[in-house]
Design a protein around this ligand. Structure first.
Ligand code: TRP
Length: 349
């Protein structure tokens, strides 16, 4: 079992199980409230793993600043949103550490040391960074912090000696780059001071936005985790189905149909979903009836999250206590790793 922990994470190895000895670290940029895409892709597996292995959730505010330094006040405000979302879905701070990245100065120092172990051209070749640079339209004006965020993410992961990282497919290059850095650190130290990690990929394919495009807060096409019943209705009604499915009696397409993508992700009654698909394909099932089913399923999922979130939002002192306790635990771990890594660089020798 322990051999698996150190296995390099290639995409095809990422779907393996988690072991009790695994240390899980994952994070979210506080750029807004989390949405159902986050839930299907990653939050759900964090809930399932809670209590089975050591787990830390990092609210990655420093990483958010790498492309949003002009919106620093928003980032600071969203730290609370993400913490509320975690707690509202059932993350239990007694079992899972929740920590704010910027409070952990060891992570910043690890980043500075790790920067000596990567080249600029390697960072420029990172496919995730490349895609994001294009998406954000940086062209030649890439903030240096943004180009280097994979190094900061490597510090996040190895700063907790994490072995398992639940992420989406798009983050696989980050895991690869982390392991390159980890191997260099260990070579430098002459001992395995930090472990290699592997990705834990969700079995749910990436959930589209209601318009079929990539779900994104700025496009307004994502369904927030704590959406109101009205928002759920409005967003489900706006979902793209099959443009060729005009009358209920027409045969319709299930593939690429956003309503079915959400039913596949959230409807636990697989038999009914199978029947709905068959009826839709054959003709005889209208979009409205299908959407009503999805509304019910989503309301069933979201209503308790919404209620719990509202309750927690009234008790900020409690949330601050959770973050303070998370900081204490996370700080002790990351400071320990930093000590070892500083020694590898012959500092404090
Ligand atoms: N890059 C992740 C995102 O885009 C956030 C993140 C920061 C992260 N540090 C991490 C994910 C460490 C996994 C592990 O939301």
């Amino acid at each position: 079992m322990s051999a698996t922990i150190l296995a390099p994470s290639r995409a095809d190895e990422g779907r393996g199980p988690a072991y009790a000895t695994d240390v899980i670290l994952t994070g979210d940029r506080p750029t807004g409230s989390l949405h159902l895409g986050h839930y299907a892709g990653s939050l759900r597996s964090r809930l399932a793993l809670q209590g089975q292995c050591a787990q830390t959730l990092l609210i990655a505010d420093l990483q958010a600043l790498t492309d949003s330094s002009g919106r620093a006040a928003d980032v600071a405000r969203h730290v609370m949103d993400v913490a509320l979302d975690y707690l509202a879905i059932g993350i239990d701070p007694a079992q899972t550490t929740i920590a704010v990245q910027s409070r952990l100065s060891a992570l910043a120092e690890l980043t500075v040391l790790f920067l000596n172990l990567v080249t600029v051209s390697r960072l420029e070749r990172n496919p995730t960074v490349k895609a994001e640079v294009e998406l954000r339209g940086f062209e030649r004006d890439i903030p240096a912090g943004f180009l280097c965020y994979p190094v900061s993410q490597a510090a996040d992961i190895s700063g907790f000696r994490a072995t398992l990282v639940p992420v989406g497919e798009d983050q696989l290059p980050m895991i690869e780059q982390t392991n390159e850095i980890v191997r260099r650190v260990n070579r430098l130290a002459g001992a395995p001071v930090v472990p290699e990690c592997r990705a834990l990929l969700s079995s749910t394919p990436r959930l589209p936005g209601v318009d079929g495009r990539k779900a994104s807060k700025s496009l307004g096409n994502a369904i927030p985790l704590a959406a109101s019943a009205d928002d759920i209705r409005r967003l489900v009604r706006a979902m793209y189905t099959d443009a060729g499915h005009v009358r209920a009696s027409d045969p319709g397409r299930v593939e690429g149909n956003v309503v079915f993508a959400y039913l596949d992700a959230f409807d636990q009654d697989l038999t009914t979903v199978g029947e709905l698909k068959a009826r839709y394909r054959h003709g005889g099932l209208g979009d409205m009836a299908l959407k009503r089913r999805l509304e019910d399923v989503l309301e069933g999922l979201v209503a308790p999250i919404r209620a719990r979130r509202a309750e927690l939002a009234r008790d900020r002192a409690y949330v601050m206590d959770v973050l303070r306790a998370g900081y204490e635990r996370a700080n002790a771990i990351t400071e320990g790793v930093l000590r070892d890594v500083r020694r590898a660089f012959a500092l404090d020798a």
